[in-house]
Design a protein around this ligand. Structure first.
Ligand code: PLP
Length: 451
């Protein structure tokens, strides 16, 4: 595409620095300008409509034209456009949202701390974990374990938790105190002939060995997305968390569930922790919490953690952490309305009613010559692209084959996202069965055209 001088595209290239974008390529191809939204579709500045096959970034659960959320923001803007929560200030929507989240929690939870992004929520959880161990007199318990291919954000601490080379290389990360253990992707990392059960046991053994090597008295917490989304939709074996949690309990290690993508019905339950049998001490969430109409995130802690933090503020001093916009009135009002919509439309059961079609459609790609593995749960899934289905050999990374599929999909009116060698699907949860079929038909055209 040629970029016309003085066009909005040219002005973008001149002045905007894009996240997760190759700047050299961007200068050549320019931006894709999105101007509007309608249900599961977004519309570019030439009037082309695209199915948003990834719900934006795994977040626009109610699509792009939910008037109730617009109205909720408008009402709150008129009533109280901003106030903060520092030093004990509060406002009604933050209180109601916290109450609602504790009600919905997959395990008994006690308190909610608000932030603005998934990264901030995970940073906050890390700081809470450290503060917690100081407060209970175990100051040596400071190391945190996450997994290779995990994605927990991009701030210094959360990017350290993230287990993807691209987020570490040349940023001088990860920070020490953060360790990575095995990624539970059976398709890629199981030994030949190894069952899912044996693979899960091996992952748990590897975790235990790491803990023993580092010293159990130094390990504070284990962070895990129930299903690792950005690492390429990695669904752990059925008994994985049972085995992992047995190890964590043995060594008195906190479990933090990063529900930033899995939370709010995506996997067919309100939280991914329910789908995968996790019993976390701390839960972080964002994205679908407000259907992405406002930036908001939350950290939910159980009573054990809260009591330690509470006593800590008595002993150590004020809990010196918080964001100007944490619990923003407009964001909390929109999140509350989002949760009301989920409840009224019975979103969990709606997802259950369509996820069979979604998963069947995804697995129907398993016979495609480019697809090595189709995997997913609920309304999220991915296709792993390989050049040899027998050996599982991947294409030369410089070709970026999944990205090529994505480019071709655009021509067929579908936005999806390439993550490594995977093509990912996570559409707005309001999608219908007919729209799911349409989305996959477009994806198939794109795959067929990729050579
Ligand atoms: N945690 C998970 C599981 C995520 O997928 C993401 C973003 O995709 C984050 C955290 C970071 O969230 P944010 O981009 O809002 O900082």
């Amino acid at each position: 595409m040629t970029i016309r001088p003085n066009s909005i595209e040219a002005r973008d290239v001149a002045r905007v620095m894009h996240p997760y974008t190759n700047a050299v390529v961007h200068e050549k191809v320019g931006p894709m300008m999105i101007e509007g939204g309608d249900g599961i579709y977004v519309i570019d500045n030439e009037g082309n409509r695209y199915i948003e096959g990834l719900g934006g970034l795994f977040c626009a659960s109610l699509g792009f034209s939910e008037q109730r959320l617009v109205d909720a923001a408008h009402r709150q803007m008129q009533k109280l456009p901003f106030y903060h929560s520092f030093g004990g200030k509060s406002h009604d929507t933050a209180v109601e949202l916290a109450e609602r989240l504790v009600d919905l929690a997959p395990v008994p939870m006690s308190k909610v701390f608000f932030a603005n992004s998934g990264s901030e929520a995970n940073d906050t959880a890390m700081k809470m974990v450290w503060y917690y161990h100081n407060a209970i007199g175990k100051p040596n318990k400071k190391k945190i374990i996450s997994r290779m291919r995990a994605y927990h954000g991009v701030t210094i601490a959360s990017a350290s938790l993230t287990g993807l080379a691209n987020n570490h290389r040349d940023f001088d990360l990860p920070i020490d105190r953060v360790l990575h253990t095995e990624c539970p992707l059976h398709y890629r990392y199981a030994n030949p002939g190894e069952s899912e059960e044996d693979f899960a046991t091996r992952c748990a053994d590897a975790l235990e060995q790491l803990i023993q090597k580092e010293g159990p008295d130094t390990i504070a917490a284990f962070f895990a997305e129930p299903l690792m989304a950005s690492g390429g939709c990695i669904v752990p074996p059925p008994t994985y968390y049972e085995k992992i949690q047995a190890v964590l309990q043995k060594y008195d290690i906190l479990l933090v569930a990063d529900e930033v993508i899995c939370g709010f019905a995506r996997t067919g339950n309100m939280f991914g922790s329910e789908t995968f049998g996790m019993k976390p001490d701390i839960i972080t969430m964002a994205k679908q919490l407000s259907a992405a109409y406002q930036p908001i995130a939350a950290v939910m802690v159980n009573e054990k953690v809260y009591q330690a933090l509470r006593e800590g503020s008595g002993k150590i001093g004020t809990f010196g952490h918080g964001f100007t916009y944490g619990g923003h009135p407009v964001a909390t009002a929109v999140a509350l309305e989002t949760l009301k919509i989920y409840e009224e439309r019975d979103m969990v059961n709606y997802v259950r009613s369509i996820m069979g079609d979604f998963q069947d459609g995804l697995h129907a790609f398993a016979d495609h010559p480019l697809v090595g593995n189709a995997r997913g749960v609920g309304l999220i899934g991915a296709l792993e692209v390989v050049c040899n289905r027998e050996t599982k050999e991947v294409f030369d990374p410089s070709w970026g084959v999944a990205a090529h599929v994505g480019e071709r999909a655009l021509k067929h009116g579908l936005i999806t996202r390439a993550l490594g060698d995977t093509v990912n699907f996570c559409p707005p949860m309001i999608i219908t069965k007919a729209e799911i079929a349409d989305m996959y038909a477009r994806a198939r055209l794109a795959l067929d055209e990729t050579h």
